[in-house]
Design a protein around this ligand. Structure first.
Ligand code: SF4
Length: 261
């Protein structure tokens, strides 16, 4: 089936679901209006009030837990599990609200990047070296470099003009996989092929958040890149953060060939 037709069908399915749902709500409301006596009507309204109150209370609790986690830079494992279950819809709603209220979305994204890392680190996760994937964006490469490093990062000549040199040194030192992705599609492909158990992802806050929202079931430790020359060109990263993260999550094995400095 051609792709355009497929997209239109998906849109129709969503539209159908929306129309059916709206009609169902309309039907229920009409039935309530026509046939329900005053006592039952009051009961329904009361149940609705209790439901909304419970939602507000739960949202308040989540906001409280997230605030405490952010201030302390850590969170109890149980709370992390609860927040982790709801963090994706919370992020999506918060970002839409930020847009509506003209709040700086990048600051909001940066906040959620930190919260994501706090949640992932809360369980003190440990992985074997071959389960770890470092995913970095193509914009880290020096813009005038002629070597194609997206297909094979080790095409890099390690001249030191960009941070790719140090990232490859670290990947080799700890025997972890590394991928330099030119975009979301390539990043997804790298994840599919490498099947990592954890991803250390470097990108701008926007790409980090969309990556976190996109990747299900794989924890992502996110590191924001630096943009001394503006976004998407000759970007930099605090390579020490990548190294520290690997050292923190790497499972110590007897036969680990890791060389500690
Ligand atoms: S370190 Fe040098 S060779 Fe490697 S990607 Fe950067 S500029 Fe190119």
């Amino acid at each position: 089936m051609d792709y355009k037709k497929e997209k239109l069908q998906v849109f129709f399915k969503i539209s159908q679901a929306f129309v059916v749902l709206s009609l169902a709500v309309l039907f229920i409301a009409l039935m309530v209006y026509l046939y329900v006596d005053e006592t039952t009507y009051n009961l329904i309204v009361l149940l609705l009030i209790i439901m909304v109150f419970a939602i507000v209370l739960f949202a308040g609790l989540l906001i409280y837990m997230i605030t405490i986690a952010y201030k302390q830079g850590k969170i109890n494992k149980g709370f992390a599990l609860i927040i982790g279950k709801f963090i994706k819809p919370i992020m999506a709603v918060a970002l839409e609200l930020a847009k509506l209220l003209s709040i700086d979305k990048n600051t909001m994204r940066g906040f959620f990047v930190d919260i994501n890392n706090i949640i992932v680190n809360s369980s003190n996760p440990k992985f074997k070296s071959d389960e770890i994937l470092i995913l970095v964006p193509h914009c880290l490469q020096w813009a005038k470099c002629g070597y194609k490093v997206t297909n094979d990062p080790f095409n890099c000549r390690r001249c030191g003009k960009c941070d790719i040199t140090e990232i490859l040194d670290i990947a080799e030192q700890y025997h972890v996989k590394v991928c330099i992705a030119s975009g979301g599609t390539m990043a997804r492909k790298a994840i599919k092929e490498n099947k990592p158990a954890i991803i250390i992802s470097v990108a701008c806050s926007r790409d980090l958040i969309s990556g976190i929202l996109d990747v299900d079931y794989i924890p992502v430790i996110a590191i924001e890149n630096l943009t001394p020359e503006g976004p998407c060109i000759n970007t930099k990263v605090d390579v020490g953060k990548i190294k520290d993260t690997i050292e923190r999550i790497l499972l110590e094995e007897k036969d680990n060939k890791m060389v500690h400095n």
